[in-house]
Design a protein around this ligand. Structure first.
Ligand code: ZN
Length: 364
């Protein structure tokens, strides 16, 4: 190390698929030189090093409309409801400012990847692509056609720039339109997804016949629907904070018992800010009504499971090396896993790393 350079040690534990192991990051002038296994030097900050969070379901296009007033799902996000009235009346500048603020928040709070259900057709998708240009965070953009007319052309057009297509719900579109879109996505190696059984139970056979890469919610699903998802190997993304706003609760313990891959998302940014440390705490706390999940499970939901769900292209790894996206979270208490899911505040995100460069966010 040359004179004038400062060496820094960050973390006491590294998060691995089967638990925490002693370890830390060795950085020189904010460049990570090494992910070290073993006992950290005594000056190393009391934090856990995690793979960057994956926010597996967002709609950051409605961030400008935060905070949404209290209401039912239909009043708030349904056709003609608050969200769509706001989207119709707002200007592009306002919408883009909301998206930028959401992406900045995600970057500061340790999210490395997010998957957005982007409404408003090609215009909506292109606006998000423009906001993402030159930023560190990886945005998985799932576009949505605006009408059932000429849907194939519109889907082909969206897939030129998007990572896939995502629909509102199986009941909102003719099944043949959804089937045709799913087929095009599969043939193009792109993702296909949709919301499922959020407020009302929808026909699981119809949903699974579309071979979705994942479904979102399943809060109103029956037990046998969850079994069918497990059997079909279809992951479920749950959004505990957004669901609780509508008095809905995903049965995460049951999904995990059945062997379903479950990942976490923050859903509409007008309802819930895209902060994954908060979402992880919500998943842990709100699951208690169904018997609870372990701290380890909650952390996996927010990190590794999201990578599995979005891994259709095989480009998102679960490695932990100097070039991977990482987050350091300060923890208190005897048990660092419990510290992560209960005591750690968002301000506990002490460092985030992207391609070997360490940033220390100032959190407001
Ligand atoms: Zn959603």
């Amino acid at each position: 190390m040359n004179a004038g350079m400062t060496e820094d040690h960050i973390g006491r534990w590294l998060f691995q698929e089967d638990g925490l192991v002693p370890g830390y990051l060795r950085a020189v002038d904010d460049t990570i030189e090494e992910v070290c296994f073993g006992t950290p030097p005594s000056d190393s900050a009391r934090s856990v090093i995690l793979p960057a969070f994956v926010n597996a379901h967002t709609h950051i296009g409605d961030a400008f409309a935060h905070p949404a007033p209290k209401g039912t799902v239909e009043d708030t996000v349904g056709p003609g409801g608050y969200k769509h009235r706001m989207l119709d009346s707002a200007g592009t500048v306002e919408k883009i400012a909301g998206m930028k603020a959401s992406i900045d928040l995600m970057s500061r709070t340790g999210t490395g990847i997010f998957a957005d259900f982007r409404e408003e057709g090609a215009d909506g998708a292109n606006a998000l692509h423009r906001v993402l240009a030159g930023r560190h965070i990886r945005g998985v953009v799932l576009g949505r056609p605006v009408s059932a007319e000429n849907v194939k052309d519109e889907v082909q057009d969206l897939l030129r720039t998007c990572d896939g297509i995502a629909f509102s719900a199986v009941s909102d579109w003719p099944l043949e339109v959804l089937e045709a879109t799913s087929r095009i996505c599969r043939q193009s190696g792109k993702l296909f997804s949709l919301h499922a059984s959020e407020v009302r139970r929808e026909r699981i056979d119809d949903i699974l016949s579309l071979k979705p890469d994942f479904v979102v919610h399943m809060t109103a699903a029956a037990e046998e629907d969850l079994v069918e998802c497990a059997r079909a190997g279809v992951p479920v993304v749950v959004c505990p904070t957004s669901n609780a706003f509508f008095n809905l609760y995903p049965d995460i313990p049951r999904l995990l018992d059945l062997g379903v891959t479950v990942a976490l998302g923050t859903d509409n940014a007008m309802i819930c800010r895209p902060d994954m440390l908060s979402e992880m705490r919500a998943a842990y706390a709100l699951s208690r009504r169904f018997g609870g999940i372990s701290a380890m499970d909650a952390i996996s939901l927010a990190t590794l499971s999201g990578r599995k769900v979005l891994n259709a292209e095989g480009q998102i790894t679960t490695e932990m090396s100097v070039s991977d996206d990482l987050v350091a979270v300060d923890v208190e208490g005897e048990d660092p896993l419990l510290g992560l899911v209960s005591a750690a505040a968002t301000a506990g995100v002490s460092a985030v790393a992207h391609r070997g460069k360490l940033r220390r966010p100032t959190l407001g």
